[in-house]
Design a binder for this molecule. Structure first.
Ligand SMILES: Nc1ncnc2c1ncn2[C@@H]1O[C@H](COP(=O)(O)OP(=O)(O)OP(=O)(O)O)[C@@H](O)[C@H]1O
Ligand SMILES: [Mg+2]
Length: 248
């Protein structure tokens, strides 16, 4: 569990492309927070800033008081996070079990113990033993997502990040994976941040939602407040999402 504070976070790329323009946001211990925003609004940039992959142009991000800008504590900072990437990012040349063992090895040097941890994590995300020795290309997208989640939790993070967790999955599998993510976060009791442009995912997973637009947090609130929240952009986003759902 970790409390995360974004203070006036700015990220400007070359040629004055201002992507983040002063993000202020507090994410509480154990909260499931959703960052919602249009394609290209800077969600992935924000996530990369949080992980310390991109240096902030100005401002600060702290996790339990530890700053992303503090180079001397970089390792301690980075260890707090685990991320479930949009494309799963499994190693193609490793079996499903080896992928998770690789994660476990980051925090436990004992090879035999890691094999057992991998087994437990894979069972915990609902994968059957028959897939443990298969390669990522030999299992379905939904199974790959489960395996990637098993690897993410094998790192025993304090904060789990999900980047577009169900994109590319059919709606039924997407719903099953959403349930799995929710149950996993709840049973671990950790802080989770999900980045998405999918309102349905947000409504299902969120304790609170932040809506990002033009590099700032336009609105923060409970998912069921968004419809009539008084913020023009957030309401527009809500209504546009429902139009797509109805016409699809
Ligand atoms: N390393 C970089 N150098 C320059 N510009 C970048 C870099 N990374 C991202 N950008 C720009 O930042 C903007 C925001 O990109 P980002 O990938 O964060 O959007 P997003 O909200 O995640 O979109 P999507 O929902 O489509 O994933 C884009 O204009 C992008 O071109
Ligand atoms: Mg993105």
């Amino acid at each position: 569990m970790s409390k995360i504070v974004f203070e006036n976070v700015c990220k400007v790329f070359d040629e004055n492309l201002k992507v983040l323009n002063g993000i202020n946001l507090n994410i509480e211990n154990g909260e499931s927070h959703i960052i919602l925003g249009q394609s290209g609004c800077g969600k992935s940039v924000l996530m990369r800033c949080l992980l310390g992959i991109l240096r902030l142009t100005s401002g600060n991000i702290t996790v339990d008081g530890l700053s992303v800008n503090d180079e001397s504590k970089r390792e301690e900072y980075v260890k707090k996070f685990s991320i479930l990437f949009q494309g799963n990012a499994l190693f193609d040349s490793m079996t499903i079990s080896e992928n998770v063992e690789f994660g476990a090895r980051q925090i436990n040097p004992d090879k035999k113990a890691c094999k057992e941890i991998a087994r437990q994590k894979l069972l915990a995300v609902g994968l059957e033993e028959r897939v443990f020795d298969l390669y990522p290309a030999e299992i379905s997208g939904g199974m790959q997502k489960r395996a990637a989640l098993a690897r993410a939790i094998s790192l025993e993070p304090e904060v789990l990040l999900f980047d577009e967790p169900i994109s590319g999955l059919d709606p039924i599998t997407g719903g099953i994976i959403c349930n799995l993510l929710k149950n996993t976060v709840q049973s671990l009791g950790i802080t989770a941040i999900t980045i998405t442009h999918d309102l349905k995912v947000a409504e299902f997973l969120a304790d609170r939602v932040s809506v990002i637009n033009k590099g700032i947090v336009e609105w923060i609130g409970l998912p069921n407040e968004m419809k009539n929240c008084g913020n023009e952009f957030a309401e527009h986003f809500y209504k546009a999402s429902n139009v797509i759902t109805k016409t699809a």
